[in-house]
Structures are given as C-alpha cells and as structure tokens.
Design a protein around this ligand. Structure first.
Ligand SMILES: [Zn+2]
Length: 283
C-alpha cells in the first residue's frame, strides 16, 4: 500500500520548527517514506491519494494522562472535589467487568483518534474482582483501534481513609468510609506481584503496548511500594507513572505523611536544590 497525501500544510515539529506549505507525504506500508515540499516528492504510482488542501498534517498528539474506565461514567458523577468525587467513581468501578472496561477504552480511544491523538497513557484502575483489574480488556480495545498506549497499572497499598485529611469528621462517617475501602486493600507484595505478572503478560511494544507500574500517588503508597515499583521500572527498563499533588488536600497530606520521612533521610535538602524542587513544592 502506497499512499500520497497532497498539499497539506505540514507542521514538522522538527528541531527548527519548520512549517511546509504545499507539502506532500508518502506512506509506504506503515512507514512514512517522504515528508517535504510537494515538488520534491517521489513519483507514483500510488494506490491512494488524499487531497489535503486546506488541511494540516502534524505528528500525532500524546494524551499523557487518562483513566480509561472513566469514559463510560463521564458526566454521571456529582461535581465535587476530587477526594469526594473519587468515592462515587470507585463505587461505579466495582460494578464494571472486562466487557465494560473494553467498551470504555474503545469509546475514549475513538474520540482520541478522531481528534489527532495517536498515543495515550492510561493510568489504569478498575475492579479488583477482574484479572489485572480489567486492564487487559482496555489494552485489547486500544490494540483493536491501532492506538499506541502506555498502561500504568495503578498500585496503592494504603486504605482510602489514610490518604485524605478527614480530621475530626463524624465517627460514623469515618466508619462508613473504612467499610467501603476495606475490600480494596491487599498487602504490598501482592500489589507488586500482580504488577510483575501484568507486565509479563501484556507488555508488547510490537502490539503498541507498553505496560508499566503506576503507583497511585505518594500519599496512597507505602515507602516500600514506591521504592520497589521504581526498582521494577528500572530493572525492566520501563517508564513509571504517578500522580503528584493534584489537589490542595493531596498537597496537605503529602506534606503530613512525607516531609518527616524526607527530613529524616536528608532527601528534602537534596530535592530543594534539585530540578524537582518546584514540582514537589517542599519549600
Ligand atoms: Zn489521574
């Protein structure tokens, strides 16, 4: 299959940020064979020609963070601060199964492809009643679409109520939150073993899949889980993905839970001077 794309405005995104008017692109099989001015384009014959006059051709966009199971319940949760909204969202996940995770990833993936996104990072948390929480079904959907995907399996070995600043809320409310989160807990080693098996089973760059650890957030993981998931990513030469201070409550909890440990290890001093100082907001 040889395809000619004729006359697009090409935004190259190369080092010089070159923009080519009246460009041409030739695709041979699944490779770009030519990108440049139309007058230098190789001659045909071509199996197909697309007239892209008045169109822009550019590298695919990257969606660097999403949670694919959320597509099916978009707009259905009350508009609340994240820490409260998340309890509603988690409740909906407990009713979802593999076919739902497949449909949800398919829906979001179709939207992304239609609007120019060709790579997505899915920080996946589904239902613990399903194998790998349903991540395999989401991966299958993105493979079926031909959408390149990095799937970071969410890891969190702390209970929900430990991760939010509940303060002195009513005791029965705290008990209800504990009851809801009890079923989601499992030991640190089980999270790590599950992630190793997830990567062994589903990591396959030739099928567009990068599988990697995705510890949920600093305040949602023990030190052991954070350190060992980082070690796993290094050992397997994979990326690692994490939320960092998404909300005011997380920033407060991050400080409460981590600053003492950082200070004790001397890490805080190193971070304050390093390139992460702004991102970690430890000053
Ligand atoms: Zn997120």
């Amino acid at each position: 299959m040889k395809l000619l794309v004729r006359n697009p405005l090409i935004v190259t995104m190369n080092e010089d940020n070159d923009v080519i008017e009246n460009g041409a692109m030739v695709v041979a099989g699944n490779r770009l064979a030519y990108v440049g001015p139309a007058e230098w384009a190789p001659l045909g014959p071509f199996d197909r020609t697309i007239d892209a006059s008045r169109m822009i051709a550019m590298p695919g966009m990257v969606n660097s963070h999403c949670h694919s199971p959320a597509n099916l319940v978009r707009g259905m949760m009350p508009s609340k601060p994240l820490e409260i909204w998340r309890a509603y969202y988690r409740a909906s996940l407990r009713d979802m199964r593999d076919e739902d995770f497949y449909a949800s990833a398919l829906l979001g993936g179709m939207e992304m492809l239609k609007s120019g996104t060709t790579t997505v990072l899915d920080h996946f948390f589904g239902n613990q009643a399903c194998r790998f929480m349903g991540a395999g079904a989401a991966i299958q959907a993105m493979r079926d679409l031909g959408l390149r995907h990095v799937v970071a399996l969410t890891l969190s070995d702390k209970s929900y109520e430990e991760t939010i600043p509940l303060g002195n809320t009513a005791a029965d409310l705290n008990n209800e939150i504990k009851r809801m989160s009890q079923k989601e807990g499992k030991p640190t080693k089980a999270w790590l073993d599950d992630c190793e098996a997830f990567i062994d089973t589903l990591h396959a760059p030739e099928k567009l899949t990068t599988a990697c650890p995705g510890p949920s957030a600093v305040q949602r993981c023990t030190d052991e889980l954070l350190a060992k998931s980082a070690e796993m990513a290094r050992r397997r030469n994979l990326p690692i993905h994490i939320h960092l201070a998404e909300t005011k409550a997380q920033q407060v909890m991050g400080r409460q839970l981590r600053q003492i440990a950082f200070a004790a290890s001397g890490f805080a001093g190193r971070v304050r001077r390093g390139p992460l100082a702004g991102a970690l907001n430890l000053d």
